[in-house]
Design a protein around this ligand. Sequence first.
Ligand code: F3S
Length: 65
Amino acid sequence: MRIRVDEEKCQGHARCYGFAPTLFDIDDFGLSRVVGDGTVPTELEGAARLAIANCPEFAIEELSD
Ligand code: F3S
């Protein structure tokens, strides 16, 4: 599983970071980005799906590759 954050949609709600602090970084402007290339370790897939489902801006997406 691999995810990304759409920088144009992210408004800095930081719920993603709350669910999965090792998968997301919050930058100086309060916006989120994925750590590394967004690859999600198997044991964190549940947390990643919670982050996707709970982002109010629908800014997190699962990549299909
Ligand atoms: Fe941004 Fe959504 Fe996270 S708005 S900071 S990707 S919860």
